[in-house]
Every structure is written in structure tokens, then in C-alpha cells.
Ligand binder design. Structure first.
Ligand code: HGY
Ligand code: MN
Ligand code: MN
Length: 413
């Protein structure tokens, strides 16, 4: 049996190797449908083939490797996470979950264990939703929930999703066949950095996730009037960027008033023509609203939509509020959490047993069709979505120990 030290050393090496594949040379940015996405898929495919898995890259760009179970097994347990990143990202977000899943399957292979079910490892193609402001596109396809309405969405590089899929060699008509049929799903396990400070502060290696926050994503379009910055009197302006600024400040105030139960962020903004001496005529920006309570998230969404249109009316400006996605909060499966708890106990390690995740994860999309579980791994200073994101070898080994025992529980079950 291979030691955890050599297993974690290999995973660390693989993380470093994938961390060098980026759209933006000097920083780590790996967006859906780019050359870097294709390169990282090829590298993971190679590692999957080295394990003798049945591999493929599906029509949404997920890289998938299946370890067949006993003859005639018609169910599958899926493990994985995403391979895309935010801009100037850390090396562990998403990637850690894909490579730990691969390591677990490799360990089963090396021990010659034949499982009563298949195990499929998936590197999802787009969880972050940076390019099209649509999160969980890859896992939505696996869950059979791809929305055709997404196809004509324009991405930040000005291309539609359908044209990017064609460029990638994806067959749009085959997307439904890439889904795992609901009756085949045994469950899904995602191992992921905590992306928060709790495990680090308590110096614990892992935590079992009980719930994941709901998330609503909106695109805002504000259409004002272009004008000369020097000659247009203030009272005659239809300034799209000043309008956006008023709304963004209102969003922050509302979220601060409700800070115990929600967060709201305007993360991306594009102003046109974005020139110092021209009054901005168009603005497109994002709005991300989250809460562990769906009614709080929905009330916030309704209130902010009303406020958006009130500001437009007051300023005599046109605009559009485009809801791109609403994902309700998720409670992780009781049965799978019990297996994780038993595994944690048997491992002799200390960990938390009921964490709440404020970040979104592919488990949210899979929860629509299958029981899901998540294991958080301590990240240094709780940092994520940041180049200094880091997970120690020891914490990687802790996650391996717990997940080896989790799979044993699952098989025993
Ligand atoms: O946005 C999120 O919470 C995740 O990192 N995609
Ligand atoms: Mn992630
Ligand atoms: Mn992320």
C-alpha cells in the first residue's frame, strides 16, 4: 500500500503542474473554453489514462474518468470539483478536489479492490462562471440541467457560449446525453479548500460540510447618454457610471444592514467608452447575492431590483435587470455526512462536523439530482481566490485518510 506521504507528494506535484497552466502568463487565470482550459484537461486526461480509467472530455468540456465496478454494476459514485479559476487565482481552488479524487481512485486501483459500483472522477469545466456569469455550467450538464437559454449569453471576450462550445469541438445537441441518468447516481463527494478562516483558526485539518449558501447572479445593463465631459452641464447628464455607483452604494448599505444573514457583491463592471473626458453612456455590471436562507436571498433580490428601477426612473435612464441564475441553498445528505463522520472518528483526526459553506460549489448543481457531501480542507489564513492560497501536505494527507475510510464505509454500506 502506498504511503500517504508519497500520495500527498504526488498530489502536490500535480497541483504545481496544473498551477502553471494559465490564460494570463504571469498570473493564474484559467477560464472556460480557453487554450489553458484545453491544456489542463489534456494533462488530467493523461493522469486518468495512466490509472486505466475509461476517459473522455464531454461536450461542455468536463474531463471525466470512470473506474468500472463489478460486472453489471449500474450505479456510479462521482467525486470531483472544478478546473477553471477566477482571475489571478490560487492553485488549490477546485483543482485540489479533482486530484484528491484521482488519488483515491488510484489507491483503490493499486489495492486491486473491485467495487460494487462505478466511481467517476470529474474535472468540471466551469464552476466559477467568470466568462459568462453562469456558475456550475459543467456540473449542470452532468446533472442534466443545462439551460438552452445560456447558449446565446455573451461572454467577457464578446463571444456567445454556443460559439465557444463549437470552438471547443462540443456538440450542443449531445449535451443532454452527457448527463448521468438520475437512477444511476449513488452520490457525489466534493473535497474543497474551506475558502474561509475557521479550520485555520482552530488548527483543524478538515471539516464536514452541513450546508452551502444559496446564490443568485444578475447582470445589470445601464444605458445613459454619451457626452462631452467639459461642456455638458451637470443637470443635463444621463451618466451611466454615476447611476451604477449610486446603485452599488445602495447594495452595500442594504447588505450591511442585513450582514448577519447575507452578502451581496458587485464584482465585475464594464463602462463604455471608458475614456476620461467622455460621460459614460453604457455600463454592464454583475450582482451576486448569497444567503444560507433562501427567503432572505429572494427578499434581497426583490428589494434590490425595485431599488435599481427606482434609481433609473429618478435619473431618467434606461436599464435592464437580467437574472442569470438562482441556486437555492443546499443541505448535504444526512447519510453521506454520517459516513464522513464515522470516517473522521476512525481516522483519529480532529475535525468539525457541521460547517456552513458561504462559497458556491459544484455540489450545489449536483444536489439537484443526487445526494451530495463535501469535505473542507484547511487553507492557510483562510485565503482563497488569491495567489497566496495554500494547503499543507499534512492537511492533504488528513483529507486522504478520511476519504479512504469514507469510501470503505460506502462500500460496506
Ligand atoms: O463564487 C464562489 O463562491 C465559488 O468560488 N465559485
Ligand atoms: Mn471552488
Ligand atoms: Mn472559486
Amino acid at each position: 500500500m502506498e504511503t500517504y506521504a508519497s500520495r500527498s507528494a504526488r498530489v502536490m506535484q500535480q497541483i504545481t503542474s496544473l498551477g502553471e497552466i494559465s490564460n494570463e502568463g504571469r498570473i493564474l487565470t484559467r477560464l472556460f473554453g480557453t487554450k489553458a482550459h484545453a491544456q489542463v484537461n489534456q494533462r488530467v486526461l493523461l493522469w486518468m489514462n495512466e490509472l486505466g480509467l475509461e476517459t473522455r472530455i464531454d461536450n461542455i468540456g468536463n474531463v471525466r474518468g470512470r473506474l468500472k465496478g463489478k460486472e453489471g454494476s449500474n450505479s456510479v459514485f462521482v467525486m470531483g470539483s472544478h478546473l477553471d479559476s477566477v482571475r489571478n487565482a490560487g492553485k488549490f481552488d477546485g483543482v485540489l478536489g479533482v486530484l484528491l479524487a484521482l488519488d483515491l481512485v488510484g489507491s483503490i486501483q493499486h489495492q486491486g479492490i473491485e467495487l460494487p459500483f462505478d466511481i467517476e472522477v470529474v474535472g468540471f469545466s466551469d464552476e466559477e462562471g467568470v466568462r459568462f456569469n453562469i456558475a456550475y455550467m459543467g456540473s449542470s450538464v452532468l446533472a442534466g440541467n443545462f439551460q438552452d437559454a445560456w447558449l446565446d449569453k455573451q461572454g467577457i471576450y464578446g463571444k456567445s457560449l454556443s460559439s465557444v462550445l463549437e470552438e471547443m469541438g462540443g456538440e450542443i445537441g449531445l449535451l443532454p446525453s452527457d448527463a448521468i441518468p438520475q437512477h444511476e447516481w449513488l452520490g457525489f463527494l466534493e473535497i474543497h479548500t474551506e475558502q474561509g478562516p475557521i479550520l485555520f483558526q482552530q488548527n483543524l485539518p478538515v471539516g464536514i460540510v452541513e450546508s452551502i449558501a444559496g446564490q443568485t447572479r444578475i447582470n445589470l445593463y445601464i444605458n445613459g447618454t454619451r457626452g462631452h465631459a467639459g461642456t455638458t452641464p451637470m443637470g443635463m447628464r444621463r451618466d451611466a457610471l454615476a447611476t451604477a455607483a449610486e446603485f452599488i452604494h445602495l447594495v452595500e448599505n442594504y447588505a450591511m444592514e442585513n450582514k448577519d444573514v447575507m452578502v451581496a457583491t458587485v464584482g465585475a463592471i464594464h463602462s463604455y467608452p471608458n475614456i476620461a473626458n467622455v460621460i459614460p453612456s453604457k455600463v454592464k455590471c454583475s450582482l451576486d447575492i448569497r444567503s444560507r436562507f433562501d427567503d432572505t436571498m429572494d427578499a434581497a433580490t426583490a428589494h434590490l431590483e425595485r431599488s435599481f428601477y427606482e434609481i433609473l426612473q429618478k435619473r431618467g435612464i434606461k436599464g435592464q435587470w437580467e437574472l442569470t441564475q438562482r441556486n437555492p441553498s443546499v443541505i448535504c445528505d444526512e447519510g453521506l455526512r454520517k459516513h464522513l463522520k464515522h470516517a473522521l472518528e476512525k481516522s483519529g483526526l480532529e475535525g468539525l462536523e457541521a460547517m456552513h459553506g458561504g462559497a458556491g460549489h459544484d455540489a450545489v448543481a449536483i444536489a439537484k439530482v443526487a445526494p451530495v457531501a463535501m469535505l473542507f480542507v484547511q487553507c492557510k489564513n483562510g485565503i482563497s481566490h488569491h495567489p497566496e492560497e495554500y494547503v499543507t501536505k499534512e492537511n492533504i494527507e488528513a483529507a486522504m485518510r478520511v476519504c479512504d475510510l469514507f469510501l470503505e464505509e460506502l462500500v460496506g454500506n
